[in-house]
Design a protein around this ligand. Structure first.
Ligand SMILES: NC(=O)c1ccc[n+]([C@@H]2O[C@H](COP(=O)([O-])OP(=O)(O)OC[C@H]3O[C@@H](n4cnc5c(N)ncnc54)[C@H](O)[C@@H]3O)[C@@H](O)[C@H]2O)c1
Length: 353
């Protein structure tokens, strides 16, 4: 079998991680890139040796040489681009979130089933070496049954602006952008229990805060403060059918003392922390202990995680096997995320059938 020829759509910031990882994979060839910003597409093609450059996605989809695509565009294009690729007989790796609505997720799922092609969601945290280590501990019974998890991704100043702040292109703010990572990580480590209900709150009190002085980061060039249509922060309680629960809070901006990222899971035999560092809390001979593993990855290693994600995608394409982060998990995630937005809007808990 020859190399899998890859077409990458969206040559912005995250595409670099995809392209570096494809370049390192002996079974993949970066064949084409596509971006409606021609200059950006040309630059990425030159940097990574793609022979074809498209500014129109339909053109890349009509190219029979493309075996598989990485979708690295704004969230509003994920579902239509994934469906187009599947209908053209191409495998798909789509960045998180899968899409913007439950309806879209169901349509993508239908297209996957019909095409028989692979679709992998870029839930990169699942491919982190630490997530694999924790999954191994959980499978080995180290923490027993996980009944509670708590995750935070708090930026005190970090609304990226641009399309991230435009709900029509992003589908929402920190919940759909940051929350998707930590909710998925917890849910995956908890064994993907079926969601029973969600109760959430969203707040839009601070905006992008580009009036603050002395700070250069997170001031997007195309940002118009007047057009910020996403929440600043969100919190939620997610209940699962097996009785487990997950509490989450996320922000693009908040009067918090510092940025904070934490992911913690609690079982009936032990506890786990993955962010900010990996820990196992347990009992040894009637003593409560905290175990710190010796590992090369003290915390989340983005380069390694993206490499694992891309290597897994290529292996799934070649061997025709289902990915670790399949479309069904995207449908469940969209139920959770959209349910939280709906709950916040209606001021009540949303219960699923
Ligand atoms: N896995 C992660 O940790 C992670 C991190 C950042 C972003 N992302 C995801 O990656 C995606 C892209 O984010 P980014 O930060 O790279 O954004 P970006 O704005 O830097 O890049 C997106 C690119 O897509 C192009 N584009 C948009 N619509 C297009 C269309 N219809 N046709 C052709 N090109 C189009 C834009 O011109 C732009 O160059 C988002 O879905 C985001 O959620 C994932």
């Amino acid at each position: 079998m020859g190399k899998i020829k890859i077409g990458i759509v969206g040559t912005g910031s995250i595409s670099n991680y995809h392209m570096k990882a494809y370049r390192n994979n002996a079974d993949a060839e970066i064949y084409a890139v596509c971006d409606m910003n021609a200059q950006r597409a040309e630059a990425q093609a030159a940097a990574f040796g793609a022979s074809q450059v498209y500014t129109d996605y339909a053109g890349m989809m009509a190219d029979p040489q493309v075996d598989a695509v990485s979708i690295c565009t704004w969230n509003n294009t994920h579902a239509p681009f994934a469906i187009q690729a599947l209908e053209a007989g191409k495998h798909v790796l789509v960045e998180k979130p899968l899409c913007m609505t439950v309806q879209e997720a169901l349509e993508v799922e239908k297209a996957v089933m019909k095409s028989g092609k692979q679709l992998q969601i870029g839930y990169v945290r699942r491919y982190d070496p630490n997530a694999a280590m924790l999954k191994g501990w959980i499978t080995a019974g180290e923490v027993g049954s996980i009944y509670y998890a708590k995750a935070s991704s708090i930026r005190r100043l970090g609304n990226p602006g641009g399309w991230f702040a435009d709900k029509t292109r992003s589908g929402g703010g920190p919940l759909i952008d940051l929350g998707v990572h930590i909710i998925d990580l917890c849910w995956y480590l908890m064994g993907r229990p079926k969601v029973k209900s969600v109760s959430g709150n969203t707040y839009k009190k601070l905006g992008q805060r580009n009036h603050v002085q002395g700070l250069s980061f997170y001031k997007s060039a195309d940002y118009d403060a007047e057009s910020n249509t996403v929440e600043d922060m969100a919190n939620a309680l997610i209940r699962f059918e097996n009785g487990a629960s997950l509490m989450v809070d996320v922000s693009f901006t908040l009067h918090a003392r510092r940025d904070e990222s934490s992911v913690r899971l609690y079982g009936d035999k032990g506890g786990l922390e993955i962010d900010p560092e990996v820990l196992l809390i347990s009992e040894k001979s009637n003593t409560i202990v905290t175990v710190t593993p010796q590992t090369d990855h003290a915390s989340f290693d983005a380069d390694q995680a993206f490499q694992n994600e891309i290597d897994h995608f290529i292996a799934c394409c070649r061997e025709d096997r289902s990915p670790l982060s399949p479309v069904q998990d995207g449908v469940e995630m969209m139920k959770i995320l959209c349910g939280i937005y709906e709950s916040a809007e209606q001021g009540r808990e949303i219960v699923f059938d």
